[in-house]
Design a protein around this ligand. Structure first.
Ligand SMILES: Nc1ncnc2c1ncn2[C@@H]1O[C@H](COP(=O)(O)OP(=O)(O)OP(=O)(O)O)[C@@H](O)[C@H]1O
Ligand SMILES: [Mg+2]
Length: 345
């Protein structure tokens, strides 16, 4: 199935674009903050990606990161940003950089927490340079406390020519709800902060998506309403429904989906937009999470790319209603999913 292009969200895009213009035009550099919240799968990441694509002038620097490791490690956002980046020319102690980048060879417990925070801010300043930059913080709800602290510092840093874009599920879904509430409040207190809460798609927007997929014959009003009710207008639930019925006519959307793999059905949690029906590959990735593997190790074990593992992990988090990899692993263990013996290597 062809990926569906974004519908709606024009107002949000325009507002993000204005925030970017403010950063670009500022006579004295100062961070501007945009906070985007919404339920799992409502389209926060897609909106951020679409906004970034449309920013003119193009940002000189984009630093983007999300929580990624198995056991929440400090400064995970920054470690994600530093992954694959040449930092050899940054004027910072190499072992501090190695520590912040979570390199396995880095010495442990070498710096006091306050020192680390200052070093982390300095790394970001050096990477941003004279900007203008966009700093993207994905999945704030899943971040470790040190990253929340760092991002809070960046939002209020002086002379930082950057737009800080934060995407988060509601704070009550967070790994550390109190800290997430505090971090979100801190962002919203920044002068000129943009605050967006994304809701589900309205029926007309669902109709637009359906028309992208089934141009001829156009989907009927009855079909649109049925699909909207079935998915709650949640774009993720909608794309899953479309994928499950790919290659069949639009009326098939109203019938149960064919199951390519024997699905594992979790008990329905009222807040979940979709049943946790995991594909065979997702169950294999979940096995790796239970075994405590990093995405890289999982990729090697399963013979697929790290990028693909990342996609499976984010789908797993959604489907199991988990805020983190650890929670997903616990979810699997609690439900005694048919987890195979951990793969070696
Ligand atoms: N406005 C939209 N129009 C069409 N498709 C959309 C829209 N928003 C999201 N989607 C699709 O729905 C799926 C979920 O979107 P996305 O990953 O952006 O959600 P999210 O809010 O970031 O979820 P999470 O909380 O899990 O990070 C993606 O496949 C995306 O392409
Ligand atoms: Mg997202």
């Amino acid at each position: 199935m062809m990926p569906v292009s974004m519908v709606g969200r024009a107002g949000e895009l325009a507002e993000l674009d204005r925030a970017w213009s403010t950063v670009v035009a500022a006579r004295r550099p100062a961070p501007t903050v945009a906070v985007i919240t919404g339920a799992a799968g409502v389209g926060k990441s897609l909106l951020v990606a679409a906004a970034l694509d449309a920013f003119a002038p193009r940002p000189a620097v984009v630093l983007s990161g999300a929580a990624r490791v198995h056991s929440p490690a400090p400064y995970d956002w920054l470690a994600a940003v530093l992954t694959g980046r040449d930092t050899s020319r940054l004027d910072l102690p190499p072992d501090a950089l190695a520590w912040l980048a979570q390199q396995p060879t880095a010495p442990r417990e070498r710096y006091a927490p306050g020192t680390l925070l200052r070093l982390a801010v300095r790394v970001v300043r050096l990477l941003v340079g004279s900007g203008p930059a966009v700093l993207v913080v994905e999945d704030l709800h899943a971040l470790d406390p040190a990253s929340l602290n760092l991002v809070g510092e960046l939002a209020t840093a002086t002379d930082l020519p950057a737009l800080l874009v934060v995407a988060s599920r509601p704070a009550e879904d967070a790994v550390a709800p109190d800290l997430a509430v505090r971090a979100l409040a801190r962002f919203c207190g920044v002068r000129g902060a943009v605050r967006q809460h994304l809701g589900p798609l309205v029926p007309a927007e669902v109709a637009e998506v359906l028309t992208q997929v089934y141009a001829d014959p156009r989907p009927s009003g009855r079909l649109v309403r049925a699909v909207w009710r079935r998915t709650g207008g949640n774009p993720y639930a909608l794309t899953e429904l479309l994928a499950a019925h790919a290659g069949r006519g639009p009326e098939a959307l109203l019938r149960p989906a064919p199951a390519p793999h024997p699905p594992v059905v979790a008990p329905r949690r009222p807040a979940d937009p979709v049943d946790a029906e995991l594909t065979g590959r997702e169950i294999e990735v979940l096995d790796c999470l239970v075994a405590g593997m990093s995405n890289k190790q999982a990729a090697r074990a399963l013979g697929i790319s790290v990028r693909t593992v990342t996609v499976h992990v984010s789908n797993l988090l959604r489907k199991t209603g988990s805020a983190s990899r650890t929670e997903a692993a616990i979810w699997a263990v609690q439900r005694r999913l048919p987890v195979s013996t951990p793969v070696d290597g």
